[in-house]
Design a protein around this ligand. Sequence first.
Ligand code: ADP
Length: 173
Amino acid sequence: MYKGKCMQKKYIRAIFPGSFDPITNGHLDVIQRGRNLFDDLIVAVGKSPIKNALFTPEERVEMIKEILAGTPRIRVEAFDGLMVDFARQKKADVILRGIRSLTDFQYEFRLAMTNRAVAGIETVFIMASAEYGFTSSTLIREVASLGGDVSNLIPKVVNERLKRRLAKLKDKG
Ligand code: ADP
């Protein structure tokens, strides 16, 4: 019979950083699957400016909070500056990221190496599900702004806000 010391399992907090402009079903899939791997998860919305942004970081946080309301062990917060500083401040043990393709992998690999070198923090990857492997916020913004229907790829609340935002932008000319 094994008589060694029983190792106490460490509480693991993950952080899932991104732009989330807007959050997609692909992100939500990573969040739901990531939740099962860790004790708690912080969805961290970056405030740094992105090309052709549609929503402010505050709006993105608000939407994600609405979608994840009532989901235990999840928090949604915005952050400014270096992500690893925020991760440290929040006492996160690992960074969670999603991978859709080899192109993602190349970028994510370098990012993970850098984050480990500068902050000693590990990154855990979740492979995109077949269903959402081609979904990206950038493409959703582009397709929707040209009048395409993206309702299968984003949550209903996001689709409604996206339509309202695009209509407003169109009115402004
Ligand atoms: P960033 O601007 O930091 O890449 P994103 O909001 O685009 O932020 O993405 C956040 C994370 O989610 C990244 O790791 C990205 O690869 C991952 N991701 C985005 N879309 C999907 C998807 N459809 N399936 C799996 N992972 C995804």
